[in-house]
Design a protein around this ligand. Sequence first.
Ligand SMILES: *Cc1c(COP(=O)(O)O)cnc(C)c1O
Length: 431
Amino acid sequence: MAHYHLTCLACGATHDDLETGFLLACPAAHPPALLRTQYAQAQIAIQPDLPGIFRYANWLPVRRILPRAPGPVVLQSTQFGAVLGLQQLYLVFNGYWPERGALMTTGTFKELEAPSVCARIPAQERRALVVASAGNTGRAFLHICSAQQIPAVIVVPAVGLPALWLTIPKAPCVKLVVLTGEADYSDAIRVGDLLAKQAGFFPEGGAKNVARRDGMGAVLLSFAEHTGSLPQHYFQAVGSGTGALAVWEMHARLLADGRFGQTPMQLHLAQNAPFTPMVDAWQRHTRDLPTMPEQAQRRLIQQTHAHVLTNRQPPYAIVGGVYDALTASRGQMYAVSNDAAQQAGELFQRLEGCDLDPAAAVAAAALIQAVQMGRIQPSERVALNVTGGGYALIARDYRQFAAQPDMTLTAADVAEENRLLGRLQTLYPLP
Ligand SMILES: *Cc1c(COP(=O)(O)O)cnc(C)c1O
């Protein structure tokens, strides 16, 4: 019997994923909706002998186990928590901090989703996986696909290129495509979508990929395993919101498991001002993201420090998406300025001893805001997802290589579909 199947959150249809391959959406005609994994085992049976997040393999939609996939580390904060007056602040640390057991050498929680997605790919698959990224996702997939020799194309805007370093050589079957000029994350998504429709390629799918979400669900699984309980408040900086959806879905599974208590959990999600589409929509309690001319959006995006938080088409309105998760959890959203994030990041580093990704600093600043607003009681259990950190320690311990682009596309290449396809088709030698 399959250890999981997929359920459509709109029509309730169930799909055998192991049969179909790599389903990203329900084939039935209805408004866009996410699929959700339903696991045969209602209780998580942790397998401590399996590497990293694969200890949770019976709650992962995977076909195989990869040899290395370091999981989050749950640390009870003393210093940062004390300054905030919180008695039970837990840091779910995703990054590199070997002194505390955190071993993600790409530095962010994208290293949870990449192994899970790669382990979902059917063994007979010969096509190349297409992944669009603002930078951190690209780095994680470059690393995992290179380590596992999985054919993949990573599409990033040039602003994301500095984030694409590696601690191992890039494999020849892994191609890096860079969009020059003013291109942003959403342009990368568009180019990736077009490429993924061509013969020889298939899309990773982003938030629609259940393996991406359930891999990130390891954040809450680690929390539950470490503390034996569930958090009352969950803080994270969001760009797409995929990580928060993952944690929200895992919360429902862990409630149903029954052994970790029945505590409701409130989502507290943050974006980097001035680009805060989900914050703005949620403050107005609407499912519709604000409509804004593309140029205006790009101008706001350029003013943010945490570029990974600047997805222009997040899965907010979709059935089972961020709006639904916020509604169900009576959630809160926060707009965090660059200055507030920087100050929070510096405070965290001084008190806890590790540097933060700018996005993780946004989450830390949101926690400070929430405490100041009286939204958290001192004795409540709080999980702060430190989504990335420890870059200084990676630089201390590893030689880092800048990933060399295999193809550079200009705005003119991207503007015209035939020209774009012509360029993309040269990525791999013709068979
Ligand atoms: C991608 C990323 C986020 C945002 O995650 P989403 O799932 O896209 O909302 C936050 N922090 C870091 C460090 C990231 O790389």
